[in-house]
Design a protein around this ligand. Structure first.
Ligand code: V0V
Ligand code: CO
Length: 142
């Protein structure tokens, strides 16, 4: 099952601007920054809290180009919440269980995510309009 909210993904035009905003407004601290070419993003994870089943973050996302998931989203909807990432213990097992419920999987197999996590996305049209990400945190975080 789902173990926590791992992160809320927020689409923005200027990553450095938004990091500065979250730092100065909420006192959050950047835990990691990464360019993920396969996902078409430059992203930062800002640590929010630690819980019994792991940590939670705000993920700020700047697109690497217009023809990427976040680039298309920004053009259509502007800045704002892009996806919710839930923690799971085993993303492959979660994909199999959720796929059997006729929710379309955007990833049949786990992909590389922030901080060494294994991630997979579910189609927003099958989750009430919410792009949903499953996150299996790395046992050996960077
Ligand atoms: C698109 N739609 C969304 C949406 N993006 N609805 C809710 N939330 C979103 N974020 C809607 C859109 O309004 C359309 O509905 C419909 O889906 C088709 O959208 P589209 O603009 O034509 O775009 P598509 O179909 O080419 O791509 C949409 C999907 C794509 C969701 C399939 O963005 C995707 O594969 N996303 C998964 C990968 C991803 O997002 N990576 C970036 C984060 P209407 O208008 O027709 O009703 S990477 C990340 O989080 C990492 C690395 C991490 O956490 O570690
Ligand atoms: Co994410």
């Amino acid at each position: 099952g789902l173990t926590r909210i791992d992160h809320v993904g927020i689409a923005c035009h200027d990553l450095e601007d938004k990091i500065a905003f979250y730092e100065s407004t909420f006192g959050l601290v950047v835990a990691s920054r990464e360019v993920n070419e396969a996902q078409g993003v430059k992203e930062a994870m800002l640590h929010v809290a630690d819980g019994p089943s792991g940590s939670s973050y705000v993920q700020l996302l700047e697109p690497l180009g217009p023809d990427t998931p976040v680039g298309k989203f920004l053009a259509k909807r502007g800045e704002g919440v892009h996806h919710v990432g839930y923690g799971v213990d085993d993303v492959a097992a979660a994909l199999e269980a959720i796929g059997a419920k006729h929710v379309r999987l955007l990833d049949e197999r786990p992909r590389h995510g922030s901080m060494g996590a294994s991630i997979a996305f579910l189609h927003p049209k099958d989750v009430g309009g919410v792009l949903t990400e499953l996150v299996q945190a790395s046992e050996d975080p960077l």
